[in-house]
Design a protein around this ligand. Structure first.
Ligand code: WT7
Length: 655
């Protein structure tokens, strides 16, 4: 409540300083407006020019956009390129000795590698994959800690035209198994362990659990990077191979395989409102173009920058702004293995000071948790290298925005609040920081060529101040191409009939102010945003119902100070409704259960038990009521259509 209210009344405006504006890639509102006008007057001409100038093509494209099989759009379809070549090789003539990656491990050890060294490592690993017969179009699942090797593995796949699917290291064996099966992966790349916040994270044993779960006969090899203290790992002879053995003796040169612009670069699974996770499939050229453009536009990339995106490579943010974007523009970037609060809440600031980070990109949930641990901690560090700050993942509350702006940015760094999604591949709504004045809590305006709008149920634009559905009215190069194995679901999820299958429906509600600034209000579907991570309520419900004790479950979100939203589950057991100690015990068990079914991030923060759930006479669970119950709000809705109104009382009791 408070978040949305304060956003609605926010009136502060922060234009870039003269110094920032004068030096910016896109300098001043006129420059921004000119780009937008170019896109509006000649859409294909605009994107064609961007693609020609920013991507090195092996074979130039002659056609920009093909809409004949909408919504399965094709961009630059007769062009050929290689994404890894664009991220590494093309920089070597001038930047071979420039640092590509500054890697800092959990305990603070720093490893620096140049573009030349990155080239060698990527080529060696690519040659390893090639020698086992992995070729263009094959799928490789990557289940890795944050590391140089995770990026090497992604780039090596791109180099030979294989399609990677990175699975976040916090997902359970079950979730990993499901993704391996859906992608029919031939290889899984992992590490024996990860290290986060001083704790070991067992990765290889989770991979084994996934593969032992059945259905993964497609996997021929598991490549295991030796990260942590243990010298050995659970091992299957013939299938498992250490990373260092896998690359031993492999040549440090590997010709990049030319692929078609529309060849899938990767699949990344994300939660939807119903059913199993969606395999979001991205293209090679269009995706790469989005990554490059937004590095220059939103992050105002300069060759002297030290760029740091704190996201894990298991999420889209870590794909676009760790795995591809920074490399594609030849940047030096920091990659961090650990967590913001270890060994203390000054970790981020200490790293910014030590590595002289100039562009820093993180999530509101991290900012909020660091404020809570000590609002003055940043003062203890020299943050003068910073010139630009970014946020992503959820709406940022104006208080957190102001803290970030003043305490971290010293009042001199523009804040780029970037709205986008796994499906959009790169930023959609975000300030060009040398042009667009920012407002705390708003992701500001669409980037050039992004035809975003807010419409009502019938597809008509809503007036300023009114809420509506966020849509993108024209296809754009970096958008999702389809859902892996499920083109029907792709159409249904994103291109609804109500909008003649033409508008891309993002799934967020938003409104615009008098200046046309976008303010994101939240999801319109049954998707939760927990610490900037997307979770489907249905997914958590299915996990709960799969437990032998559970008869029925409904999951809703509830506002949470740090996480944005927390997970509240309403559960009906097969046995009698538990109370007291017994209820506590069952809750602990069910939390663990969800952790092992999906992953720790999906564990319900709260579970309430009832003899039943509030349902309509036709048997539909009334989630709106449950949301009110979870928030502890008085029920003002009409409950006369409820089959069992008395049940609400029960559910309102907390443990
Ligand atoms: C959903 C997408 C894109 C990377 C991170 C999440 C929410 C994302 C913002 C923002 C308000 C935001 C939306 C969106 N979201 N960025 N700057 N302001 N909301 O990717 O898991 O695909 O989730 O995250 O609800 O639909 P994702």
């Amino acid at each position: 409540m408070s978040g949305i209210d304060s956003i609605l009344t926010e009136t502060r405006v922060f234009p870039p300083s003269d110094e920032f504006r004068i030096n910016a890639n896109i300098s001043g509102m006129d420059a921004y407006n000119t780009l937008c006008e170019q896109a509006a007057s000649d859409y294909e001409g605009f994107w064609g020019k961007q693609a020609k100038e920013n991507i090195t093509w092996f074979k130039p494209f002659t056609k920009v956009l093909n809409e004949s099989n909408a919504p399965f759009y094709k961009w630059f379809e007769d062009g050929e390129l290689n994404v890894s070549y664009n991220c590494i090789d093309r920089h070597l003539p001038l930047l071979a000795n420039k640092l590509a990656i500054i890697f800092e491990s959990d305990n603070g050890t720093v490893t620096r590698i140049t573009y030349m060294e990155l080239y060698r490592r990527v080529c060696q690993f690519a040659n390893g994959l090639k020698s086992m017969g992995i070729t263009r179009g094959d799928r490789v699942v990557i289940y890795m800690p944050m590391s140089i090797e995770a990026v090497v593995a992604m780039q090596a796949c791109a180099r030979i035209g294989a399609i990677h699917s990175v699975v976040f290291g916090g997902f359970s064996g079950k979730s990993l198994q499901e993704r391996i099966i859906d992608a029919k992966a031939r290889v899984v790349v992992t590490a024996n362990e990860g290290v986060r916040g001083g704790k070991l994270v067992p990765l290889k044993s989770v991979v084994d659990e996934a593969l032992d779960g059945g259905g993964c006969e497609c996997v021929e090899r598991v490549i295991v990077f030796k990260r942590a203290v243990h010298e050995d790992a659970p091992w299957t002879i013939g299938r498992d191979v250490w990373w260092h053995d896998f690359i031993k003796g492999k040549p440090e040169h590997c010709e990049p395989t030319p692929v078609n612009a529309e060849d899938p670069l990767f699949i990344l699974y994300t939660s939807g409102s119903t059913g199993k996770p969606k395999g979001v499939q991205h293209s090679s050229a269009g995706y790469l173009l989005g990554a490059i453009n937004t590095m220059r536009w939103t992050f105002d990339y300069k060759p002297s920058d030290i760029f740091w995106c704190t996201a894990d490579v298991g999420w889209i943010t870590g794909h676009t702004y760790v795995g591809y974007g920074p490399l594609a523009v030849g940047a030096t970037q920091v990659i961090f293995e650990g967590v913001p609060t270890y060994p203390d809440a000054g970790r981020f600031w200490k790293m910014i000071e030590q590595h002289r980070v100039s562009v820093f990109y993180t999530a509101p949930t991290a900012i909020r948790s660091l404020i809570k641990l000590g609002a003055d901690i940043p003062e203890q560090y020299d943050l003068s290298s910073l010139r630009l700050l970014g946020t992503v993942g959820e709406p940022i509350n104006p208080e957190a925005w102001m803290w970030y702006y003043e305490k971290v940015g010293g009042g001199r760094c523009p804040i780029a609040d970037t709205w986008w999604q796994t499906e959009t591949g790169s930023h959609m709504l975000a300030p060009m920081p040398g042009a667009v004045p920012t407002k705390p809590g708003s992701c500001t305006l669409p980037l050039p060529g992004i035809m975003a709008d807010i419409v009502d149920e019938a597809g008509f634009p809503v007036e300023a101040g009114k809420g509506g559905f966020l849509v993108i009215k024209r296809p754009f190069p970096s958008q999702v191409r389809t859902l892996w194995n499920d083109p029907e679901r792709f159409k249904k999820s994103y291109f609804p009939e109500e909008y003649n299958n033409k508008y891309y429906l993002a799934g967020d509600s938003a409104h615009r102010d008098e200046q046309g600034y976008f303010w994101i209000m939240g999801r319109i579907d049954d998707v939760l945003n927990v610490s900037g991570h997307r979770l489907g309520t249905m997914e958590i419900e299915s996990a709960l119902v799969a437990n032998p004790l559970v008869a029925e479950a409904a999951v809703v979100g509830k506002p949470h100070e740090i996480k944005g939203e927390s997970v509240v589950a309403f559960v009906v057991l097969k046995g009698p409704r538990p109370s007291g100690e017994e209820a506590k015990k069952i809750t602990a068990n069910l939390r663990e259960w969800v952790g092992s079914e999906i992953g720790a991030l999906a564990k319900p923060d709260e579970i309430r038990y009832g003899d039943n759930l509030p349902k309509t006479r036709s048997g539909k669970i009334m989630r709106r009521l449950l949301r009110a119950v979870a928030k502890g709000e008085e029920i003002t809705q009409d409950i006369s259509t409820l089959e069992n109104p008395t049940i609400l009382k029960q559910l309102q009791e907390t443990l």
